[in-house]
Write a protein that binds this ligand. Structure first.
Ligand code: 5GP
Ligand code: MG
Ligand code: MG
Length: 190
């Protein structure tokens, strides 16, 4: 009979990026993007589920300077099981038909770019759907883990360059837990 591993104690953690530090950086990112896309009617694309907290703060920080004609949609990108990357990515737009990005300037909103595989798949999917351009804003960039062939394919806008630890909170999960933390932390022992 196989025994399941002991549950991870998520209370045993340290804060890596505080709510205040994140809020300050989010305001800066919002201002840059609002300015760069002022005349481009961007199609913001939130990658669910991890980016929902970041996206919610980023987009509200943009208001009332949100570029005219901007739209907000979400896409589900799933690539992780537990704390190890499965290196497999599935994209789905849920029950609705695919988000129409033809001729649009897409800004993908990501929680974290790690190996870069998810971002590569998202860029390819948006290109295939006829996007005019695709860029990415990621709260966290874990450059040390980028796949070699994707070294030049990082996010255009980055909140923080992140060390090579498994981080949780502010939308980022450990199998569905910790997403509600208002800060980003690391679990001790992981
Ligand atoms: P990538 O395809 O770039 O390897 O990984 C992208 C996705 O993996 C992220 O959007 C995120 O959902 C998940 N991921 C990567 N690193 C971490 C991490 O340190 N913590 C958590 N919670 N998720 C991660
Ligand atoms: Mg993600
Ligand atoms: Mg996850």
């Amino acid at each position: 009979m196989s025994r399941s591993p002991p549950p991870i104690d998520v209370a045993d953690h340290e804060v890596l990026y505080s709510a205040d530090a994140i809020a300050r950086r989010v305001s800066e990112l919002a201002a840059s993007i609002a300015s760069d896309y002022a005349e481009k009617s961007p199609a913001f694309l939130i990658t669910m589920t991890g980016a929902f907290v970041f996206a919610s703060d980023l987009l509200r920080a943009m208001h009332p300077n949100t570029p005219r004609g901007a739209t907000i949609d979400a896409i589900k990108a799933k690539s992780y099981v537990g704390t190890t990357s499965s290196e497999r990515v599935t994209l789905s737009d849920g029950a609705a038909s695919a988000v129409d990005v033809r001729g649009r300037h897409v800004v993908v909103i990501e929680d974290i770019v790690d190996t870069g595989v998810t971002l590569r798949e998202l860029r390819a999917a948006m290109d295939a759907r006829g996007a005019a351009s695709v860029t990415c804003v990621a709260l966290l960039n874990k450059r040390a883990r980028r796949r070699e062939e994707l070294a030049s394919d990082g996010p255009e806008y980055v909140g923080f360059e992140c060390e090579d630890r498994f981080v949780v909170g502010y939308g980022l999960d450990l199998d569905g837990r910790c997403r509600e933390w208002p800060y980003v932390g690391v679990l001790n022992g992981h």
